[in-house]
Design a protein around this ligand. Structure first.
Ligand code: SIN
Ligand code: FE2
Length: 201
């Protein structure tokens, strides 16, 4: 474990190749049940460059009317699929939190996708951390402080890495500057999947 700053822990290759392949295969089935959708920014309606889905009791969505957690897929109207047991086990092992996660956002990045700097603050309780799992192509992840103007640093996240941000880092600004194409052979079609486990409610 690497403590990058208070509250920000990096578990390099927390998932080995076999565990990454097993999770990838599980996600493939899950995304058939809850297909990736392209969210839009509140107000402007500008489409995100990532596509998203969710698993667990609640899912994070964004559209013209705002950001929120909801129990159903915005396009199919069906409840989100259950969170895979392997993700719940990762949370138990690494999150240092007694309460279970109730939401997992699935982000799919193609070579062009990015995620602008933002805070994760739609959750009811900030005492639980965010646990992020990376699969597939590597990315350059940017993390800063609690203010958009604070200095920030870039971190390469590779397939199998788990990042936990909680405590004093729970509300840090973070985003994805870019994907490093062809850096992994895990996914076909290629790209990056990021899973973030949260306590939403
Ligand atoms: C997010 O902040 O929702 C995603 C972060 C990442 O893709 O690593
Ligand atoms: Fe985030």
């Amino acid at each position: 474990m690497l403590l990058l700053k208070p509250g920000l822990r990096l578990y390099k290759t927390a998932l080995d190749r076999a565990a990454q392949e097993a999770l990838r295969d599980e996600l493939r089935g899950l995304l058939r049940e809850a297909p990736l959708f392209r969210p839009a920014m509140p107000r402007s309606g500008k489409p995100f460059s990532v596509r998203m889905s969710n698993c667990g009791p609640f899912g994070w969505v964004s559209d013209l009317s705002g950001y929120r957690y909801q129990a159903r897929h915005p396009e199919t109207g069906r409840p989100w699929p259950a969170m895979p047991g392997s993700l719940l086990a990762l949370w138990r092992a690494l999150a240092e939190c007694d309460l279970a996660p109730d939401a997992c956002l699935i982000n799919f990045y193609d070579e062009q996708s990015r995620m602008g700097p933002h805070q994760d603050r739609d959750e009811a309780d900030f005492s639980a951390p965010i646990l992020s799992v990376s699969l597939g192509d590597s990315c350059l992840f940017r993390h800063g402080g609690d203010s958009r103007r604070d200095p920030s640093a870039s971190l390469r996240l590779d397939s199998g890495d788990v990042l936990v941000f909680g405590g004093p880092a729970r509300l840090m600004f973070h985003g994805v500057d870019r994907i490093l194409p062809k850096s992994s052979t895990l996914l076909d079609p290629p790209g990056r999947i990021n899973l973030t486990l949260r306590r939403a409610k």
